[in-house]
Design a protein around this ligand. Sequence first.
Ligand SMILES: [Zn+2]
Length: 282
Amino acid sequence: MRKILSSIAIASLLIAPTFSAHAQTNAIRTVTEVAKDIYRFQNNFHYSLVVITGEGAVVTDPINADAAEWIKSEVAKLTDKPITHLIYSHSHDDHASGGAVLTEDAEVIAQANAPAKIDGVTPTLRFDDTHEFSQGDKTFELTWLGPGHGEDLIAVVVRPGNVAFITDAASPKRLPWRNMGGANIDDWTNQVRKIDSLDFDIFAPAHGMVGDKSDVAEVIVYMEELKAEVLAGLKAGKSTTELQTDITMSDYKDWQQYDVWLTENIAGMAGFLASSGQFEAN
Ligand SMILES: [Zn+2]
C-alpha cells in the first residue's frame, strides 16, 4: 500500500475567500494505490475506487459534486484516456451525488433497484444479481448484496489485484453506522455474509481503513454477538438504557467508532428485534 500522493487540499488556503460555490471545500483528500493501477480516493470520511487501464479509467462512487470534480482532475493526472465507466455502489446520496461531471463518455452502471436517476444521472446499464466486464487488463465483477443497507447495494471486485470495494455494509475493524438507520439488521448481516462469499484479498471500504478478506468474517461475528447479547438482555427484562450500560462488546474496543457508535448499535438492534417481532416485551 504505497501512498503515491497525498493532497490534503485545504482550499480555503489555496483560493481567496470569494463567494465561489466551491469556497466551502475544506476536504481531506488523498489518493492511495492499493494494488497495481487500483487507487483509493479519499474525500473526508468517504472513499471511492478508481481503476486505470490501458483504455481508460473506471470510477466508482462520485461521493459529491466537489469530490467528483476533484476525482476528474486527479484521474486526468493518471491517464490521458477518458473515464469509460461510472459504477454506483448504491444510490445513497452521501456516496452517489455529483456524478454528472464524470459521465460524459462513460457507461453508467447501477443495480436494478436504483432509482431512475441518481442525482440527475441516468444509469445506462442496470443489472439484477451480477454483472462482469473487462477493460484493458482488468476485470470487474459486480455483485448485488441483496436488501439490508439499502435495496441496491453492490460489491465491486477488481482483478488482477483482487480488490473489493465495499460500501457501508461492512468496514474492517469498524462498527456499523450508528443505529443502522432502521434497516432490517438480519438482512444487513446477510449482505456481509454475501461479501464473505466473494473471492478477494484486499478489502477497500468506502469508510475507514483498508483491510483484508478476513476482516469480513469478523464483522459477521460482531453482528451475531451484538444480536445475541441484545436479545438476551431484552429477555432478562432490561431497558435499552440498561442494555447500553451492560453490553460492552469489549472484544471490539479497539475498533473504529466503538466509543461513539456502540450505544447506537445496541439501540438500533433492540429496536429492530422489537419491530421484527423477534422480541415482545411482556
Ligand atoms: Zn449507504
